[in-house]
Design a protein around this ligand. Sequence first.
Ligand code: SAM
Length: 308
Amino acid sequence: MKRDDHPQRPPTARPERTFLVHGVPVPAPPLAPGLYVVATPIGNLGDVTLRALSILAAADAILAEDTRISRKLLARYGIETPLTPYHEHNAAEARPRALRRIAEGQALALISDAGTPLVSDPGFKLVAEAVGAGLAVTAAPGASAALAALCVAGLPTDRFFFEGFLPPRSAARRERINALAAVPATLVFYEAPSRLAETLTDLEAELGARPAAVARELTKLHEEVRRGTLDKLAAEFAGGEAPRGEIVVVVGPPQAREAVDAGVLDGDILAALRTLSVKDAAAAVAAKHGLPRRQIYARALALAGESR
Ligand code: SAM
C-alpha cells in the first residue's frame, strides 16, 4: 500500500513532529497558519519554553538571523525544521516571500540569534506587514537580556525605559543620553564590550553619579554583575582591557532631590577652583552633589573666567 493510500491517514497528513527533552520525544501538535515570534535563550540553552520548542518543531520553516547559531539550539532539542535566513541584509527580499508562504497557509516561526526577536533585533517590519495583511501573529515569550539584567541590577523596576544601543560616536551618544536625563525611570542599555568604558564615562557626565549596574554574560558560565554609582563603574572599567562578552547597562532613575542652592554650588565650585583645574573642580563638585558633570563644568568655566 502506498503511504498516501493508508486508510487511517488523510492524503495530506504529515509525519508527526517531535522535539526531544532529555532525549525523550515530545509530540509537537500541528500549528494554525501564521507568524510565530519565538524567544530563544540568551546564553544558557536551558532557558527555552516547552511551547517555544513545540512551535519550532511544528513550524513549516524557521526564519533565523544566523542559521549556524540557531542550528545549535535546534540540534540540542532534536528539531529538524528547515531554517531560512532572515536578517537585516536580506529582509527586503525575504519578507514578501515569508508573507506569501503564511498567506498560502504555512506556519512560520521567527527567531533571532538570542533572546526575543524585535528587541534590538530584526522582525518589526515583518510583524507590521503581517498584521497589515490580516495574518495571524502569535508570541511565544521567553528570555530577553534587558529583563534579565533588570531583574539582577537591584534598581527600581516599577518603571523602566529600554533604550537599546546608544550611538557609537561620543558626541551623538552624549546628546542622546542628555535627552534621556529627565526620563523618570530606570534606563536599560545594550552595549558592546569595546565601548563600555566610554559609554559609562558619557553616562556619568550627562546623568551624574546615579546608581547603576553592568550585567555581563547573563545566564552563561562567566556571568557577572557589577553594581555601583556611574562614576565608580566608569573608573573601574576605564583604562583596562575591554571586558569580554555581552553587556547590559542599567542606570537608576533621577533622584527626586532637593534643588541645590545656586549660591552653595557656586561657593563649592569657587573653593574647588582654588586648588583644582576647571575639569577636576567640576568633577569633584558634581560628585559631591550627585549632579551631571557637564552642567557643573559649564558653571565652573564661567566662574573661572569671571575670577580671572
Ligand atoms: N533580542 C535580544 C534580547 O532580547 O535580549 C538582544 C539582541 S541584541 C542584538 C544583543 C545585545 O543584547 C548584546 O550586545 C548585549 O548588549 C545584550 N545581550 C544579549 N545576551 C546577553 C547576555 N547573555 N548577557 C548580557 N547581555 C546580553
